[in-house]
Design a protein around this ligand. Structure first.
Ligand code: MG
Length: 223
């Protein structure tokens, strides 16, 4: 069983459930992708087999020649719920984490062109680096956190979660009308502007305010 505990042996045992991701939740990122933001959250899933933890390498697959970083705020669910009222949604949150939604942008573009799902572009092994969980009580306002990502020391993404187009309670409530949210499920809330390519030999560093950081080397797999 894959658990968040693997990052921190003293943390409570919590399985990593389904990983629900949002697309186009920051206006400037939607613009850089030449798209417009949706009126309700646009969802896709990443497999738990794509999860890696701090310092583990991101492996570029031979199927892609344009792998991109997307730094994101993650929300970890603490108890099950279905059709959750927005006003009570934060009661269901266990904590937060820093995640990177690694994306094979060229394969995603092919999928978009054909109207196909994004599963392949988003689902390769090592495409979901996750930090340890920060308990909910430690973060007063998840809507005012600085997300930062740099490649080889050069800042690529630097934005605040204030710019999220949907509130976290709305996101939780919306998802829960479609699928039951379970303890350990993770919501990756989407990336701000500044996404870009990573190459073999790069080092990615990311941070969620002063709460947590990630650092990952990038390597290429030839199969
Ligand atoms: Mg993303």
């Amino acid at each position: 069983m894959l658990t968040y505990q693997q990052q921190n042996p003293s943390a409570p045992l919590l399985p990593i459930g389904k990983i629900i991701c949002l697309a186009r939740t920051y206006a400037k990122h939607a613009a850089e992708m030449h798209t417009t933001p949706p009126t309700e959250p646009l969802l896709f899933l990443k497999p738990t087999s794509s999860v890696i933890f701090n310092h583990e390498p991101i492996i570029l697959p031979p199927e892609s020649t344009a792998v991109h970083h997307e730094v994101e705020l993650g929300v970890v669910m603490g108890k099950p719920g279905r059709v959750i009222d927005e006003k009570k949604a934060m009661d269901y949150v266990y904590g937060y984490l820093l995640g990177i939604d690694i994306t094979a942008r060229d394969l995603q573009q092919i999928a978009k062109d054909h109207g196909w799902p994004w599963t392949i572009a988003k689902g390769f092994d090592t495409f979901c680096p996750l930090s340890p969980i920060i308990p909910k009580k430690n973060i007063k306002d998840p809507h005012a956190l600085i997300l930062m990502l740099s490649v080889n020391g050069v800042v690529r993404q630097h934005a605040t979660t204030k710019s999220l187009l949907f509130t976290i309670p709305h996101i939780i409530s919306f998802i829960s009308t479609i699928m039951t949210l379970q303890k350990g499920d993770l919501i990756l809330t989407g990336t701000p502007e500044g996404v870009g390519e990573i190459k073999q030999g790069d080092t990615l560093q990311a941070s969620l305010a002063s709460y947590t950081t990630l650092e990952h080397p990038v390597i290429r797999n030839q199969h």
